[in-house]
Ligand binder design. Structure first.
Ligand SMILES: [Zn+2]
Length: 135
C-alpha cells in the first residue's frame, strides 16, 4: 500500500493553497480529488503528489440559485478544470463575470490562487479550489 491521502487531508491542504493528488504506482495516472483506487486501472498503490494548480477550463456553469452555504454570492461560476497533470477538478473562479460568461471561457488557461473568498465562512468540508484566469 502506498501513501494515504484522504478527502479530509486533501481539503486541509487546500486551505493552505496546496493542491494534492494521488499518483498511481502501477500506471502513473494522477487522481484528484483523492479516491481509494486509481481511476484508470483500479490499483490502490499510490503516492501523494503536489499538483501545479495549472490547467485549462474544460467546462463551466453559472450558478444563480445557490446552496445554503453560498447564499448572497450569486451569480457565480463553477468551473471544471483539466489540470496539467491530467485530473479534472471542480472549483470556483475569479476574474470572470458570471453575467458575461460565454463558451469563450472553455480552453482558457487558469491557475489556482490562494485568494479564498474573503470572510469565507464555508465549513472545511465544503472548500473548493479557487482559480484565476491567466493574463
Ligand atoms: Zn493506475
Amino acid at each position: 500500500m502506498g501513501d494515504k491521502l484522504g478527502v479530509k487531508e486533501y481539503r486541509l491542504a487546500l486551505r493552505e493553497n496546496k493542491l494534492q493528488g494521488l499518483k498511481c504506482k502501477a500506471c502513473g495516472f494522477v487522481t484528484a480529488p483523492p479516491r481509494l483506487a486509481c481511476r484508470h486501472c483500479g490499483a490502490t498503490d499510490s503516492e501523494i503528489v503536489q499538483l501545479s494548480g495549472k490547467g485549462k477550463i474544460a467546462t463551466f456553469t453559472s450558478i444563480f440559485i445557490p446552496p445554503e452555504s453560498h447564499r448572497g454570492q450569486t451569480p457565480y461560476l463553477v468551473v471544471v478544470v483539466e489540470l496539467a497533470e491530467g485530473p479534472w477538478i471542480m472549483g470556483n473562479i475569479q476574474g470572470a463575470d458570471p453575467n458575461k460568461a460565454t463558451l469563450d471561457l472553455i480552453g482558457k488557461s487558469v491557475h489556482m490562487d490562494n485568494n479564498l473568498i474573503p470572510d469565507d465562512k464555508k465549513p472545511p468540508e465544503d472548500i473548493s479550489p479557487m482559480f484565476v484566469l491567466d493574463s
